[in-house]
Write a protein that binds this ligand. Structure first.
Ligand SMILES: Cc1cc2nc3c(=O)[nH]c(=O)nc-3n(C[C@H](O)[C@H](O)[C@H](O)COP(=O)(O)OP(=O)(O)OC[C@H]3O[C@@H](n4cnc5c(N)ncnc54)[C@H](O)[C@@H]3O)c2cc1C
Length: 413
């Protein structure tokens, strides 16, 4: 057991949860948190939803209660970045020329928005969205009548579209792919989501790429790859994120689509762990997986804390994530990307659930969009079916009149 302190680099979701979990599990030694962002740790999901639609502020969703740092004796280094790791002396070098030693080190540096390498990206009024500062800057542009262009029809882009429309902006989403959310959801769901946005007034341009942002100091227009231009007063570039691996790479740790860890979240150095968006873990089937979602950061932060204390519990997640757009919710559980067949279940209230089956008709994932009630219930049932290895007939999955929970009980005998 390490007795010379645990250092956590990054006080985002995974880092904050790890610090809390260490104390909750009885870690009585030093915990140093290196907080590059310079503010109390907060949840990011509300940024694109409640914060941008003007219903809350980033500080309404802090991860640490105000007095947590003092009460639990956390050595919280606010506004300081880790700039190097000396693995021989087990020290983290900091941007203020200080250094902090570790018995165990947890890397939770998260991810950063992918940049669009086109002219004009430095113009005023061009945003990406990862931090509270980004959200406050973008929020200031979402005035009634503003012309907002969103580059990227993924989850965050669509959440921002919903928020901006609700604030009276005119919104256009440009997506390079032939449909929305190609990475995340099946075509039926993507279509339902597109229709909902269109009825609210969002305009979509699919199969087109932004090639230049135009304006002298502020953005005035965006040029697309067919030569046409769109006038705008603000632009959000939302084309995915890249895991922050620079620190780990410079320290000689193994990198593979993120900071590579084993199933115990341990990196190639046994004294260093990683968790959250930056971390690519060994999945049950031996493949490497990196998840960019709240639940993963929440669970990995807590698990890394326990494992640094010696628990040695493997990470065996059933991935789950959600997105809220208008009064509708989307949820995805399991591994829809492994599905070879999709079975759609149309609920009476217009909600749609899609069960993803492999070649042997086993459920490998479930996704849905609609009312919170139907989607939460349907996805929970799908998770239960996957966990118990129960495979109801396709007719039962399809038919909203059939109670799948009851069918599962019958199937389980
Ligand atoms: C706008 C938005 C909306 C989202 N909505 C959803 C949603 O609806 N559902 C869902 O499941 N997920 C959602 N997510 C994803 C979820 O928030 C992330 O998966 C989660 O925040 C990842 O946590 P993390 O700790 O790995 O990284 P982060 O929360 O990004 O934290 C990393 C922290 O490390 C700091 N850092 C980096 N390098 C250093 C360094 N060298 N020194 C010191 N500090 C450093 C960063 O500044 C940052 O504060 C959303 C994300 C965003 C941005």
């Amino acid at each position: 057991m390490p007795h010379d302190g645990i250092v956590i680099v990054g006080s985002g979701h995974a880092g904050a949860r790890a610090a809390q979990s260490l104390r909750a599990n009885g870690w009585q030694h030093r915990i140093s948190v290196i907080d590059g962002e310079g503010c109390a740790p907060y949840e990011r999901p509300p940024l694109s939803k409640a914060v941008l639609s003007g219903k809350s502020r980033p500080e309404d969703a802090v991860l640490f209660p105000q007095d947590f740092v003092e009460q639990h004796g956390i050595d919280f280094r606010s506004g300081v970045r880790a700039v190097g790791i000396d693995r021989d002396t087990r020290q983290v070098r900091l941007s203020n020329d200080d250094a902090v030693s570790y018995g165990r080190l947890l890397l939770t540096p998260g991810a950063e928005p992918r940049l669009l390498d086109i002219p004009g990206r430095e113009l005023e009024g061009v945003f990406s969205l990862r931090t509270a500062v980004d959200a406050c800057g973008l929020s200031g542009q979402l005035l009634p009548g503003a012309d907002v262009v969103i580059v990227g029809g993924g989850l965050i882009g669509l959440e921002v579209a919903a928020s901006a429309i609700q604030r009276g902006c005119s919104v256009t989403v440009i997506e390079a792919g032939p449909r929305l959310m190609t990475r995340a959801v099946p075509p039926e769901l993507a279509e339902l989501i597109r229709l909902l946005h269109e009825t609210r007034g969002v305009r979509f341009i699919l199969g087109r790429q932004a090639v230049a942002l135009l304006g002298s100091q502020r953005i005035e227009a965006l040029r697309m790859d067919d030569g046409s231009t769109l006038a705008c007063t603000a632009a959000l570039i939302s084309i995915g994120v890249t895991p922050r691996t620079d620190l780990a790479l410079a320290a000689g740790l193994e990198i593979e689509n993120g900071i590579a860890v084993d199933c115990f979240l341990k990196t190639s150095d046994p004294f260093i762990y990683a968790a959250g968006d930056a971390c690519a873990f060994k999945n049950g089937d031996g493949s490497r997986l990196r998840l960019e979602c709240w639940k993963n950061a929440e669970d990995q932060g807590a698990l890394a804390a326990r494992n640094m204390m010696g628990a040695n519990e493997p990470y065996t997640p059933m991935p789950w994530m959600w997105s809220d757009q208008y009064d509708r919710t989307m949820q995805i559980a399991g591994h829809p990307e492994l599905g070879e067949q999709h079975v759609a279940r149309h609920c009476p209230d217009g909600s749609l659930l899609v069960y993803h089956l492999d070649a042997n008709d086993a459920i490998v994932g479930v996704s849905g969009f609609g009312s919170l009630r139907e989607i939460a219930r349907g996805v929970r049932t799908g998770q239960m079916l996957m966990q118990r290895g129960i495979h109801p007939a396709k007719e039962a999955l399809q038919n909203p009149k059939i109670d799948l929970k009851a069918a599962a009980k019958v199937a389980a005998g």
